[in-house]
Design a protein around this ligand. Sequence first.
Ligand SMILES: *Cc1c(COP(=O)(O)O)cnc(C)c1O
Length: 395
Amino acid sequence: MKKNPQYGISTNAVHAGEIRYNEYGSITTPIVQTSTFIFKNTTEIRQLAQGAKNRFEYGRYGHPTQGAAERKLAALEGAEDAVLFSSGMSALTTALFALLNAGDHIILTDDAYRRTLDFCKTRLPKFNITCSIVKMGDYAAIKKAIRKNTRIFLSESPTNPYLNIMDLERLRAIFKGTDIIVISDSTFATPFNQRPLEWGVHLVVHSATKYLGGHNDLLAGVVLGNKKLTDPIRDYLKTTGGVIDPHSSYLLIRGLKTFELRMLRHNENGLAVARFLESHPAVRRAYYPGLASHPHHAIASAQMNGFGGVVTFEVKDDIRYVHAFLSKLKIINIGPSLGGAESLITHPASISYYDHSRAERKKLGIKDGLIRLAAGIENADDIIADLQNAFPSTR
Ligand SMILES: *Cc1c(COP(=O)(O)O)cnc(C)c1O
């Protein structure tokens, strides 16, 4: 895997992928807001056919602002290539469509992103692709699930909402010598905290909407890995059409400039908030891979640089109690998503799973007292005080 050892993370975040002296001399990469690219003459048409660099044809097939963002992401992840999409789900579904054929089998871990699970369980079977779901952390079950027609193993780390961590060394041992493509959705980790390609994972997927964009102002997704695997995915994108637009590409480049600074703060805030919550009498349990009490703390410490901004915790198992708590927050906003400058808090039982009955939620392990906090980059003391003031007074 191509690394960029000559430069540090922030130097790559600021400079990698961008053309040093573009034709306007602008220090920022221009937003090339166009749907089509015209030819001066027939010589230029021939150059396109011969694969000339920086020669574009039509927006859905790629554009310069997208290219700069892709090169920057590839440098940060240490990947040969990156393919950007209009959302994380577009990245995941296009990658799976490009790599799977009718009759294939895919293995997925059970606490994957809800829409990813839905896609594998209910959409892929329409194309005669079967899916096995194994319990996260059960490595014997992964091994047992492998069949002759298994083409892909897909998992996440850390997972949502319990922040379970995949042991990448054990994963490598299981798939060594097979031709199964191992894909990791690394959205919650980011290349700052974990670089799965260095542990034998073949493709990394991110919802760039989260930490990579970092400002709650764009939707994007990316697939990273060797060109042998990303080329067919890029080609498929030209058909499925989930291309990232020029303006979002620019926002992503802009957001990435501060990638390392933001991640350092997210990690710091996540740990501070997790420690506060774990010690609070109203909190029954806090889940954060950086806490010694987390079941995967040892693996996380061995393979990660930090643990991110997301902390999940349980309070009294009562929706009214949780709603009273959420209503008192003054800084932290209520809403889905994570990874932006602003702290966000979500209550899975009433936001993500509002269409499930209490019994169904219980079966999925979503308790009514479960809360997920995505710490932003505000000052930790203020986030903690906001939480402290929202808990019912114990005196
Ligand atoms: C948000 C998210 C997605 C989906 O990404 P979008 O950009 O919202 O389409 C996929 N996987 C994980 C782990 C996510 O958090």
